[in-house]
Design a protein around this ligand. Structure first.
Ligand code: ADP
Length: 169
């Protein structure tokens, strides 16, 4: 019930998911799936203490990818990005928790793996910007947009987190 209220609230007011209820959109790109990195990436987010509220394997349509990367449409690498992202299935997920948008970006590393510190996902598992294995929303507003683009309301799950008291004071 609380989840439904929060969903409706976040639909009408863009600030709905805040605090411990903040959500972000993360996608393991085709290279990450091919290279069997899905489990490792899930493990990192779970161990950090974030809560998984949505997860699926999808073959993204060109329309969906174009909408997702609309802001980059005039970049010289846009066509390559479209073909890379549609080259195989991707695993999309929604994670919930305090400051999850900012923290997920830190866990991912920089856009260019060469600038990413060891210990980050891109710093540990890839070398080139055009094959950087993972996407994560860059702001709360983008997260809200991306989550509603990739997930239906019925695909996001509210569940009682029994370890909550060991993660938050
Ligand atoms: P991020 O994914 O870190 O938010 P951007 O939104 O700037 O970064 O770019 C989206 C994606 O476009 C990157 O993750 C990467 O896959 C691709 N990309 C960005 N810059 C380049 C580039 N110079 N050459 C090839 N691909 C790029």
């Amino acid at each position: 019930m609380i989840c439904l209220i929060l969903s409706l609230f976040s639909y009408f007011f863009q600030t709905g998911w805040t605090g411990e209820n903040e959500r972000t959109f993360v996608a393991v790109k085709p290279d990450g799936v091919q290279r069997r990195l899905v489990g490792e990436i899930l493990r990192r987010f779970e161990k950090r203490g974030f809560k998984l509220v949505g997860l699926k394997l999808v073959k993204a349509s060109e329309d969906l990818l174009r909408e997702h990367y609309w802001d980059l449409r005039s970049k010289p690498f846009f066509r390559g990005l479209m073909s890379y992202m549609s080259s195989g299935p991707i695993v999309v997920m929604v994670w919930e928790g305090l400051d999850v948008v900012k923290t997920a970006r830190k866990m991912l590393g920089e856009t260019n793996p060469a600038d990413s510190l060891p210990g980050t996902i891109r710093g540990d598992f890839c070398v080139e910007v055009g094959r950087n294995v993972i996407h994560g929303s860059d702001s709360v507003a983008s997260a809200q947009k991306e989550i509603s683009l990739w997930f239906g309301q019925d695909e996001l799950h509210c569940w009682e987190d029994n370890s909550r008291g060991w993660i938050y004071d």
